[in-house]
Design a binder for this molecule. Structure first.
Ligand SMILES: [Zn+2]
Length: 82
């Protein structure tokens, strides 16, 4: 029973926010923004430097305010500061 309650609670909290320091963007309030999960490959180092985020969790995301149009190289895939 407890597991079921926890699961329901967890699902409710499922909205994105920007992990960048001093950025208050959330997916629930900033509908025009996109939220990007950190990449798992080589790009992660460049992302860390550009966003000054050192600790990356599975739900750590960065909103599109921190990207330039030129950062987007393929739909859904980006490289920062390279
Ligand atoms: Zn942001």
């Amino acid at each position: 029973m407890e597991a079921a309650i926890f699961f329901a609670h967890d699902k409710k909290k499922n909205f994105d926010y920007s992990a960048v320091k001093d950025c208050k963007s959330t997916a629930s309030e900033n509908l025009e923004l996109r939220f990007h999960r950190f990449p798992k490959l080589n790009e992660v180092k460049a992302w860390k430097i550009a966003t000054k985020i050192n600790k990356i969790l599975s739900n750590t995301k960065v909103c599109s305010l921190h990207f330039k149009k030129s950062d987007y190289i393929l739909p859904g895939k980006l490289i920062l500061g390279v």
